[in-house]
Design a protein around this ligand. Sequence first.
Ligand SMILES: *[C@@H]1O[C@H](CO)[C@@H](O)[C@H](O)[C@H]1NC(C)=O
Ligand SMILES: *[C@@H]1O[C@H](CO)[C@@H](O)[C@H](O)[C@H]1NC(C)=O
Length: 321
Amino acid sequence: MHWPSLTAALLTLVTSVHAVVGPGVVTGDTSIHDPTLCKDNAGTYYLLGTAAGIDIKTSKDRTNWTYLGKMFPNGASWTDKYTGKANGDIWAPDCTYINGVFWVYYSASSFGSQNSAVFLSKSTTGQPGSWSNEGLIISTTSSNDYNAIDPNLFIDGSNWYLSLGSWWTGIKLLSLNPSTGKASSTSLTSLASHNNGIEASNIFKYGSYYYLFTSWDQCCNGVSSTYNIRVGRSSKVNGPYVDKSGVALTSAGGTLLLGTHDKIYGPGGQDLMTDGDGPILIYHYYTTGLPQLGINRLDFSSGWPYAYRSLCEANISYPAP
Ligand SMILES: *[C@@H]1O[C@H](CO)[C@@H](O)[C@H](O)[C@H]1NC(C)=O
Ligand SMILES: *[C@@H]1O[C@H](CO)[C@@H](O)[C@H](O)[C@H]1NC(C)=O
């Protein structure tokens, strides 16, 4: 056996033993909070996260990240009445790239407040300052029983949906008009709730199931963050979603996907996408200091997602289950 074929055989062996392997550690500018990932037609990755004006980082290989600039370099004055200050932090963007256009939903609020709103912006280049203001999608006040933050677009064939919300009565589903991206109805469906905090939802379809991912508990406290990523599934987009034990997500069910482990604290604020190597989970976590980007491939082969955990820990590898 000559070297190239031996190498190929070894690669096959490694791939079959570890059904799920990470693409390696992330490098460069990897500090991000509430990340969302999308990829343009040229194969460039755009990573967006919570910040004044919303930060954009790019990568050609999904590993090495460079800061590009802000979506709104001059602020987004229309969000000020929700953030409570000029050029305040804009929360939890959600990026989807469709036929040459970046669609980004994002939210404006302040901690503990239901004076909150979700907005839409579009760009054809993804460059700082190229982003339109498509206006308000949904807003809340203290008289609502949920909070209009943390939007996530889910496209199911010709139907568009936005999942959103946090705390109070939990995660909601809104139908969108696919040509405008705006709400097509005022009615909301409740998808999940949890007393100690639930936010950052994503719906992801794999096989015949819709999976609902959420972050439970507390974000944003460095190594004291208690965020953890939970999942349930349903055969219908509007539920009912149940966890692995059959508990409804509307009754505080939720199977743990990724929580604090080793020196990785408070993983959450997640997004999902399907890349060339399959479904991936994108999230932030803390070690010390600034929140860091985590990317893990997901294995859905058992019917429930498993995050291969070695990606953010260069020297620790966990076997696939
Ligand atoms: C990461 O990307 C930057 C910008 O393109 C480049 O200057 C740097 O050399 C890259 N680093 C690695 C390790 O590839
Ligand atoms: C991995 O091991 C190398 C060599 O021992 C070390 O230099 C590096 O800091 C380690 N990386 C992590 C993330 O622990």
